[in-house]
Each structure stands twice: as structure tokens, then as C-alpha cells.
Ligand binder design. Structure first.
Ligand SMILES: [Zn+2]
Length: 242
């Protein structure tokens, strides 16, 4: 490749690692990465799907037996089948568990893929609280809450807590520990789009950053700075920026 030999080292490194001069300051165009975790299937989600199918079949059969049989009028059990199907479907709607959504963890913070290709994302610097209980890791911040199941997303939950500890240690309690599941490998890193900075302000000066070329990011927590107001250390995570 015809690449210059002076800088590629910094480009190739994961952006959470310091460059050769020790700085974690990044430009918008610098490569960022994250890992995408698919949920494992929980037995409860399988049962939900089975019950939904059974309920739908019973409802359909009930409707047929009650109203659509032309020859002998309604079947004597038609109403019971109809009611049973309706009750099962109602139960599924109230207590069933839909499939969990894929979760992403990396330089862009924590994200969850919702329906319709929508993504909810909380940058590390925007996390206000990280809550861990027996079943869930919950990330709060920026008007958004992302809950990640420690059951179907055991590897992602462990990764969230360990990266949060490295990137924004002040937001993570000292006694918080989530172990990665035995033998589970993290998915490979994927390239991440540059963050949207339109209308956002510099953490240090408060000025609105209008041009992408003026934007600088903390490579550890994702905090945003104007290139003229970059502090020596990140105001949010204390990473060295100069
Ligand atoms: Zn930072």
C-alpha cells in the first residue's frame, strides 16, 4: 500500500488505546469500533412462540366451528375452543417474552437495536448511572435507558461492565462485577460510523460545534470538544488529550 509510514499506527489502533504520543484525542474521521452481540434464545421465549401459535390455531378453529361450518350449525365445543384460544393469546400478550434485541458495545458506547432498524445509543460520556442486579445490567443516561439481560446477553452484559470500568470508572461502583460466561468468545469488532455532532456543544467551552473538522472526541469516553478548547485531560473521564 502507498500509505505513509508515519501515521498508520495510530489509525489502526483501537481508538480507546492511546496513540504513540499518549493522547486519546480523536478526530471524527478516525476509526472507531464496536462489537455486536446477538442474544441467545431463552426457553421462555420459545415457550412464548409455541403458546402464541397454539392460541392462534385454537382461535381460528373456534371461529370456524362456531360460525363458518355451513352443514350442521355451530359445533358444540366451538365456544370453548374460541375462549381457550383467546385466553392463551391474552396471556401471551401480557406475560410472554419477545425475542431480545441485538446489543452493541464499543467506542460508541452501549447501543440496542430496536424494531425498524432504529438504534438507541448511550455514549460512555452520557451515562449517568450503571445499575447491575442479578438479572440485568441497566445503562441510564441522555434521556434513554438500555436494559441488557444477563441471561440471553451474558457476554454483552459482562463487556458493558468491564468497558464502563475502564472508560468511565467514576460511574461504576467498586463492588460491581459481572463475569463473562465460560467459553463464550466476544464477537469481532466492526467499524462504526462517525458520531453525529450537529448542534452539539463542546464540553469545555460550551460553544456549538458547527463544522465536523472542528470536532474532537475523547477516544475513551466519547466526550466532544472544539479543537480550540481541548483540555489537557478529558473533563469526563480524565483521559490524556494532549
Ligand atoms: Zn473522556
Amino acid at each position: 500500500m502507498a500509505e505513509k509510514t508515519t501515521k498508520p499506527k495510530r489509525k489502526a489502533a483501537a481508538s480507546a488505546k492511546p496513540s504513540s504520543d499518549g493522547s486519546l484525542l480523536r478526530q471524527l474521521s478516525d476509526a472507531r469500533y464496536e462489537r455486536r452481540y446477538e442474544p441467545t434464545t431463552s426457553p421462555f421465549a420459545i415457550v412464548t412462540v409455541l403458546l402464541f401459535s397454539l392460541g392462534a390455531v385454537a382461535l381460528g378453529a373456534g371461529v370456524y366451528a362456531q360460525w363458518l361450518r355451513s352443514a350442521d350449525g355451530p359445533h358444540p365445543y366451538a365456544l370453548y375452543i374460541l375462549i381457550a384460544g383467546a385466553v392463551v393469546l391474552l396471556g401471551v400478550a401480557l406475560f410472554g417474552q419477545g425475542p431480545a434485541r441485538p446489543v452493541r458495545v464499543g467506542d460508541g458506547g452501549v447501543a440496542i437495536e430496536r424494531e425498524d432498524n432504529n438504534m438507541e445509543r448511550i455514549a460512555w460520556c452520557d451515562i449517568s448511572r450503571l445499575l447491575v442486579d442479578g438479572s440485568t445490567v441497566t445503562v441510564q443516561g441522555d434521556g434513554t435507558t438500555i436494559s441488557v439481560s444477563r441471561g440471553v446477553h451474558a457476554a454483552a452484559a459482562a463487556r458493558i461492565v468491564s468497558e464502563a470500568r475502564d472508560r468511565v470508572p467514576s460511574k461504576v461502583g467498586d463492588d460491581v462485577q459481572v463475569k463473562a460466561p465460560e467459553g463464550a468468545a466476544d464477537p469481532a469488532k466492526e467499524r462504526l460510523e462517525p458520531p453525529q455532532i450537529a448542534g452539539k456543544t463542546c464540553k469545555a467551552s460550551g460553544t456549538v460545534i458547527s463544522f465536523e473538522k472542528d470536532a474532537r472526541l475523547c477516544g475513551r469516553c466519547g466526550e466532544l470538544y472544539h479543537k480550540k478548547s481541548v483540555p489537557d485531560r478529558c473533563l469526563t473521564c480524565e483521559a490524556p488529550l494532549k
